[in-house]
Design a protein around this ligand. Structure first.
Ligand code: F6P
Length: 547
């Protein structure tokens, strides 16, 4: 499908005019004072996730121009093309049909294949779970997922996020790094008779995964293990390569599943093993509900659309170079890392889908830590630093601690109180970022007896001033469960697609990771041989230093 790049539209020129006229001077405090309906107007209830976009730096005119931009860039048509299975990943000649992986039977392309594999995988899952923790050889206690990037980050994020739902007699480990310390640390903790290794690789050629899989197999044989068929499974599109490796239990998938969009496919096997078939299906259903919202809600009440449009407004007009993700839930501690791949591998591109150089910035840097820990590390910079960094606050209304071991009423009361404190922190941080604190107010506080003895009150007040007017958005989930987490991840996927589509880039390829892989092969050979002829001086010196 042909596309129109954002900078070639009338709406872009109108946005530039709006920016010059007053868009750059928007002050959240003034916007709230002028419009008592702002919160209601800018709160969107999507399935499983409520988005409060009232603290985003936009007004009615900004929104109007952004929606014009979406229409002019044919965003709804491009979204529909993705759902339909058109070849939206042009540089690899593929569709991007992660939405088909979570659609009910008969409701999306490739439904028959998708559900056949899903059913087979979930039957396997139930079989493993039924004897998990048992004492017979072959009963599984530990699951070791060997994979990297999209074949690691989704399961590694979801399993701890849904900890209360995880099978109580299964432990999960994730080995990704080619650094042997990663695997060695896990192997120390497991027993070959009770361990299931999942070799997860879309291509089944990835250096790190192949190296770790080979080492894991060696360890298994060294331990006297024989039943490879029971202890090794593969999740891949390259079924032949898995067979050549000696794995007979394979769950295959398709080239139209992008690595970073693949946790819904057999790459999600560790998630399914952890949660069981019903909860895995719940996660798919939550994502599907978000897909339907994205596919059908009008622009102004379409949460992924609005978030993606705001990202473009922030990146290309405000010039914000990064975005902080602050999930106020310990379970979501791996979410920022997961989103780094999703956003930066998708949209960190410098040319459009036709190879034309872009004249505007693309992917922001995504980073973050769970609250409240981040508050004691980098929030200082968010409040008073020279750069403005929008924050995604993710708040979970009700806690889920799980039922095992049973908790006393007293302990539950204390933990519930901690949950209130946790949420209060998230709310207060967004409040502080927006309102800030003026110098006069700070000076009142800085007067004796609290004033420092070594500094005049005014100078101290200036140190204690907060500029405010710092934007954030808040996503609220009622509870962190398979369904709501599925919806949250799908929301971020679609937001990423929207931003990439407006920028006119292919969000589904990742050529930028290839060069390093190729050069690594050459460097590795030279580190063995010591031959540095024809290599640049810096690389040659480093090779020699490390030999
Ligand atoms: O880092 C590049 C990449 O190709 C990612 O896109 C992908 O998720 C990861 O490597 C792993 O690839 P595979 O699943 O083929 O092992």
């Amino acid at each position: 499908m042909s596309f129109i790049r954002c900078d070639q539209t009338v709406a872009w020129a109108a946005l530039q005019g709006h920016w010059q006229a007053h868009g750059r001077d928007l002050d959240l405090r003034t916007l709230f004072a002028a419009d008592p309906t702002r919160v209601d107007r800018l709160t969107i209830q999507a399935p499983g996730v409520l988005g409060d976009l009232s603290r985003a730096k936009w007004d009615v005119a900004t929104a109007r121009h952004l929606f014009d931009l979406a229409r002019e860039c044919r965003l709804p048509e491009r979204r529909d093309a993705m759902f339909r299975g058109d070849v939206v990943n042009c540089s690899e000649g593929r569709a991007a049909l992660h939405t088909a992986l979570r659609a009910p039977k008969g409701r999306a392309p490739f439904s028959e294949q998708v559900h056949a594999v899903l059913d087979r995988m979930l039957a396997f899952v139930e079989q493993i779970r039924a004897s998990a923790g048992g004492s017979q050889a072959g009963d599984i206690h530990d699951v070791v997922n060997i994979g990297i990037g999209g074949s690691d980050l989704g399961p590694q994020m979801v399993v701890p996020a849904l900890d209360p739902f995880v099978h109580p007699r299964l432990r999960f480990h994730f080995v990704s790094n080619v650094d042997g310390h990663d695997l060695a640390e896990v192997l120390r903790q497991v027993d070959a008779r009770h361990t299931l290794f999942i070799v997860a690789s879309k291509t089944f050629t990835t250096l790190e995964t192949m190296a770790n899989a080979l080492a894991a197999k060696q360890w298994f044989l060294d331990q006297g293990g024989q039943d490879i068929a029971r202890h090794f499974v593969a999740t891949t599109t390259n079924v032949d390569a898995a067979a050549a490796f000696g794995i007979t239990t394979t769950f295959g998938f398709w080239d139209w599943v992008g690595g970073r969009f693949s946790m819904w496919s057999p790459i999600g096997l560790p998630i399914a093993l952890a949660l069981g078939a019903e909860h895995f299906k719940e996660m798919l259903a939550g994502a599907h509900a978000m897909d339907e919202h994205f596919a059908s809600a009008p622009l102004a009440s379409n949460l992924p659309m609005c978030l993606g449009l705001l990202d473009v407004w922030y990146r290309n007009f405000h010039g914000y170079a990064s975005r902080c993700v602050a999930p106020y839930h310990h379970g979501l501690r791996r979410l920022p890392t997961y989103l780094q791949q999703l956003v930066m591998e998708s949209n960190g591109k410098g040319v459009d889908s036709h190879g034309q150089a872009l004249t505007y910035s693309t992917s922001e840097v995504v980073w973050g830590e769970p609250g409240t820990n981040g508050q004691h590390a980098f929030f200082q910079m968010l409040h008073q630093g020279t750069d403005v960094i929008p924050v995604d606050f993710i708040l979970i209304k009700r806690p889920t601690y799980g039922d095992e071991p049973p908790m006393s009423a007293g302990l539950r009361r204390l933990l519930d109180q901690q949950h209130v404190t946790l949420l209060a922190n998230g709310v207060a941080q967004a409040q502080a970022l927006m309102w800030g604190k003026g110098t006069d107010e700070a000076e009142q506080e800085a007067r004796p007896p609290t004033a420092s003895a070594t500094m005049p009150a005014r100078e101290l007040a200036l140190q204690r001033t907060f500029p405010g007017n710092r934007p954030s958005l808040t996503l609220v989930l009622d509870q962190l469960n398979p369904r709501s987490l599925g919806a949250l991840v799908a929301l971020y996927e679609h937001r990423t697609f929207v931003t990439g589509a407006l920028w006119g880039i292919n969000s589904f390829d990742q050529w930028g990771v290839e060069l390093g892989k190729v050069l690594c092969k050459d460097v590795a050979a030279r580190m063995q041989s010591g031959d540095v002829s024809g290599v640049d001086a810096a690389t040659a010196a480093m090779i020699q230093r490390l030999r």
